[in-house]
Design a protein around this ligand. Structure first.
Ligand code: FES
Ligand code: FE2
Length: 525
């Protein structure tokens, strides 16, 4: 049944309906509003009696109710009003159903779009996975190529990793070489230059630390250099804080006096104690250096190496003598001094300014042709236990000549470095510089300060590097992971040094070898 409002029909009394060709036509003038009231009032009319009590009516039930109302013509409220109300409810309900259906459709469309996007994302992830796999495969191939190149190279240097204590994860090439801050007992049976003659004036006391023990140098009544324990036998006061009284050290605490052989022969304000003494070391003085022998168990079986330490020939004059405290293990410093290859990289603002980096290819070529190539005219020597020597050939002060050996040069600069192992991780460096030309410059006012400033600057350039090495050693690093050809003199030192810690190694002497820069840098070892 459908309902149509037809305005052309004659007006009917309010609340009546007219059947027009099988259709019920509602009177457009009926006062439905007066009778309709609320939706619930419509269901409380006579039509409600046909409904299902206590439950919401279904659409068919509501339609049945409408028909019944029409047929019975119930007076309780206008049937037309009731019908109109029911129709209004039905329309609302249908509209609501339609809206819900439209929303469901929209959601379905959205779901379809999301599904498409998800499929697309899956494809992209799949593509990325393939790309990562391909890149990893290429990296693998690259590693193999690099590995091949390294195996034919001359300097097979491993790249340090980020973790300092495991810096070189590759195979160790420096087999048998190891550095540490420990001072081997075998270091004791050598003569050590501990100061310059010029530094030990008649009335002064010079404290000296050697291999972790404290000593004091002084001159006795005859002017002979002596070395005794820097610790009073009474209350352990450092004797170096005292004074030199007629060639004896007087303790500043209670005035006990000690001779050069360590015997205490004066004890003011008390009865003399017999047999009190402190340890004294064998002490020698030659060619401007004061030597001591630190071993108490073994007496010296060799003389002091003064001739070996002196500059060659009789033309050399000492221009500078300097002592410096360096907070670095002495072996690292010795190795640094025996390392010539670092100069054009490290000392670019001092003595090696403008030095070219030696060409390994040229070395190999000239060696193959039976020739020799000397990048710098420098000879270097290590002398056990802690001395290095270098002789530099010069044309003019500060200018280095090339492709000649030091001995072929007219002028020379000679350097002695003594790296005294004072205590663990600390060195006292003695530096002596001699020239065989310009003898008069040593008289120039302020020249000593100039040499000192220069030495400080050169040491400063090295110090940050060796300090860094020491730090790495303390973190478990290895300074001898990948030695190469130009490390050969330092390797020689380190082998000897390691042998001192080897109980089975009887011979701790080392043949003294001098090397030219060309011999040191060529890759034949
Ligand atoms: S501590 Fe040296 S005399 Fe007393
Ligand atoms: Fe250096």
């Amino acid at each position: 049944m459908s309902f149509t409002s037809v305005g052309k029909l004659a007006p009917l009394p309010s609340g009546q309906a007219q059947n027009v060709r099988g259709k019920v036509v509602l009177n457009s003038y009926s006062r439905t509003r007066q009778a309709s009231g609320s939706k619930s009032s419509a269901f409380n009319s006579g039509a409600i009696s046909l409904g299902v009590h206590g439950k919401r009516k279904t659409t068919s039930q509501k339609c049945a109710g409408v028909s019944a109302s029409l047929e019975t013509g119930t007076k309780a409220g206008s049937p037309l009003d009731i019908i109109k109300n029911d129709l209004t409810f039905l329309k609302t309900r249908l509209d609501s159903d339609n809206r819900e259906s439209a929303e469901v459709q929209k959601l379905q469309e959205k779901l379809a779009v999301l599904k498409e996007e998800l499929d697309l994302a899956h494809e992209e992830v799949h593509d990325s996975e393939n790309k990562v796999k391909k890149t990893l495969s290429e990296l693998n191939q690259l590693e193999q190529v690099i590995g091949g190149l390294e195996s034919v190279g001359t300097a097979d240097v491993k790249t340090p990793s980020a973790a300092p204590s495991k810096a070189s994860s590759g195979q160790k090439r420096g087999k048998g070489l190891h550095s540490s801050l420990e001072m081997e007992p075998g270091l004791k049976t050598f003569w050590y230059p501990v100061d310059f003659t010029s530094a030990l004036e008649a009335d002064i006391l010079k404290p000296v630390e050697l291999l972790g023990e404290t000593w004091v140098l002084f001159r006795d009544e005859s002017g002979t250099a002596c070395c005794i324990r820097d610790e009073c036998a009474h209350r352990a006061c450092p004797l170096s804080l005292g004074t030199n009284v007629n060639g004896k050290i007087e303790c500043p605490y209670h005035g006990w006096q000690y001779r050069g052989d360590g015997v205490c022969d004066a004890m003011p304000s008390t009865a003399q104690c017999k047999g009190v003494q402190v340890t004294a070391l064998e002490c020698r003085e030659e060619d401007g250096l004061i030597y001591v022998w630190p071993s108490l168990d073994k007496k010296p079986d060799v003389g002091v190496p003064s001739e070996l330490l002196a500059p060659p020939g009789d033309k050399f004059i000492i221009h500078s003598e300097i002592s410096l405290e360096v907070p670095v293990e002495h072996g690292l410093l010795v190795e640094n001094l025996l390392d010539l290859a670092h100069a054009p990289f490290t000392h670019t603002s001092t003595f090696a300014r403008g030095w070219p980096v030696p060409d390994a290819v040229k070395f190999q070529l000239l060696t193959a042709l039976g020739g020799n190539w000397e990048p710098y005219p420098i000879d270097m020597t290590f002398l056990p236990p802690v001395m290095t020597l270098s002789t530099i050939g010069l044309n003019q002060p500060g200018n280095i000549v090339r492709n000649v050996r030091a001995q072929d040069c007219e002028k020379h600069l000679h350097q002695l470095h003594v790296c005294i192992p004072s205590r663990k991780g600390h060195t006292r460096l003695l530096y002596r510089m001699s020239l065989d030309f310009l003898p008069w410059i040593r008289h120039l006012p302020g020249i000593k300060k100039v040499w000192r400033a220069m030495a400080d600057q050169v040491l400063g350039e090295d110090l940050r590097l060796v300090l860094g090495q020491q730090e790495r050693l303390l973190q478990g690093g290895d300074t001898w992971m990948n030695p190469v050809a130009y490390d050969k003199l330092a390797v020689r030192y380190r082998r000897w040094r390691n042998s001192l810690g080897d109980k089975d190694s009887q011979d701790q002497r080392l043949e003294v070898v001098s090397m030219s820069a060309g011999e040191m840098l060529k890759s034949d070892e």
